[in-house]
Design a protein around this ligand. Structure first.
Ligand SMILES: *Cc1c(COP(=O)(O)O)cnc(C)c1O
Length: 444
């Protein structure tokens, strides 16, 4: 493909994408395929001879679309919102075109510098404490990680490395293995599974703290466990706060508040995956933890203080120019546009909540704070499992469940950018209809 053909095909692709998104609600939100469906639709091996663009493009509808779960359909209410917007998609194209790998400042100065400034913009939008911002010579600052899982793991590994150094400064006789074997990290029993996973990967024990009726950890309970653990010779080192109780602050956020903070713009902030924002108050904690300086990655400016080499802030070496997506989105929506978008989703969640509350057969299972409604039929877990199965089998809308205090609960998450009141109303009458059918089948 030369530039002339790219020009033509690019425009065709933009049309295809615009058509796809304009008409997405006509597609069935969840696919009908069985595991392994795709292999039989394409050859066993890559083609020996080059094929044409037409050959490839005509297979999108034949091979790909039948197996797509349409996350941006206004009938998709499963998992969590994943961000999506036209400005972000255009920025992603530009990112692909520049195609740089910005592991150090010198490897592509704009890639590093725009990222630092965008994380400052976003930090200010969230009103983060000043010391999380980079400014011009900041000790803190932000970085884009691929996912919250990576951000949590990085924070845990940096904290692990720091505590080992601190303890060894006073007790040079203690080995690293000995210290690590005594470390304990703490999370809530409502924390996301990625938190527990960070503990598994990082090789430190993780304690899940029980939560109260509002799914929050009580300070007194944590204090007691910390004292018991210290008395038993263990070393508490890493509290992670995650999800429910912090919904108030922002959906999908994970705080290790004293030292670092992470949340996913790729969930609710219109910046397409991947874009997980992480800030630290002391960049030296994270940079110092795993610094490697081979000659071929060194450059003339690295000692100058204001220069950031993001490779020290993350696990991979390579990194894309992801801050372009933030730049486009923040400028083209403005703070007001972003706020209006989030308020709209919160309003739709409230609307769904009042529909559920108006139906005596149902109950709300957790406070509706932002864009998520946890609800269930009054009755057994089996009854609710059957209802969910029927909802998903009908393929009109898509939901996933969760467990809250031993109860099987349906989650209705506001997800797509284009969801409107009429979709929520339609979804509810569908759920309500399936519930009526189910309840009528039960013996009276
Ligand atoms: C979605 C989510 C994660 C995992 O997100 P990734 O960025 O895919 O790793 C972690 N924690 C919370 C609270 C989440 O909602």
């Amino acid at each position: 493909m030369d530039a002339a053909e790219f020009r033509r095909r690019g425009k065709e692709m933009v049309d295809y994408v615009a058509d796809y998104l304009e008409n997405i609600e006509k597609r069935q939100v969840y696919p009908d395929v069985e595991p392994g469906y795709l292999r039989s639709l394409i050859p066993e091996e890559a083609p020996e001879e080059a094929e044409s663009y037409e050959d490839v493009v005509k297979d999108i509808e034949r091979v790909i679309m039948p197996g797509v779960t349409h996350w941006h359909s206004p009938y998709f209410y499963a998992y969590f919102p994943t961000a999506h917007s036209f400005p972000a998609m255009l920025a992603d194209m530009l990112c692909g075109a520049i195609g740089c790998i910005g592991f150090s400042w010198a490897a592509s100065p704009a890639c590093t510098e725009l990222e630092t400034v965008m994380l400052d913009w976003l930090g200010k939008m969230l009103k983060l404490p000043e010391d999380f911002l980079a400014g011009t010579e900041g000790r803190g600052g932000g970085v884009i990680q691929g996912t919250a899982s990576e951000a949590t793991l990085m924070a845990l590994l940096a904290a692990r490395s720091k505590i080992v150094k601190l303890i060894q400064a006073d007790h040079p006789e203690r080995s690293e293995t000995d210290i690590i074997s005594k470390l304990v990290a703490y999370s809530s029993d409502q924390a996301h599974s990625s938190v527990e996973r960070a503990g598994l990967i990082g090789g430190v024990r993780m304690k899940k703290m029980p939560t109260d009726s509002k799914f929050s950890v009580r300070g007194a309970a944590l204090q007691k466990v910390l004292e018991e653990d210290r008395a038993a010779g263990l070393i508490p080192f890493f509290p992670i706060h995650s999800s429910n109780q912090l919904q108030i602050f922002f959906f999908i956020c994970k705080i290790f508040w004293k030292y670092s903070f992470n949340f996913n713009p790729h969930k609710w902030l219109l910046v397409n995956f991947d874009c997980s924002a992480m800030w630290v108050k002391k960049r030296s904690d994270i940079i110092g933890a795993f610094k490697m300086e081979p000659l071929y990655l060194k450059h003339d400016h690295q000692e100058s203080g204001i220069v950031t080499d993001y490779r020290h802030w993350q696990i991979p070496l390579g990194r894309r120019f992801r801050s372009l997506k933030m730049w486009f989105v923040f400028r083209m929506y403005g703070l007001k546009g972003l706020q209006a978008y989030i308020r709209k989703h919160v309003g739709l969640a409230k609307e769904f909540e009042s529909l559920v509350r108006a139906d005596q057969r149902f109950e709300i299972s957790a406070d509706v704070v932002l864009g998520l409604v946890c609800f269930r039929l009054k009755g057994s877990n089996e009854l609710n499992e059957t209802l969910l199965k029927r909802i998903n089998r009908a393929r009109k809308i898509h939901l996933v469940p969760c467990q809250l205090a031993g109860k099987f609960v349906l989650r209705f998450a506001m997800c797509a950018r284009t969801t409107e009141s009429r979709h929520v109303q339609e979804a509810w009458s569908h759920i309500s209809h399936l519930a009526s059918e189910l309840l009528q089948e039960l013996p009276h």
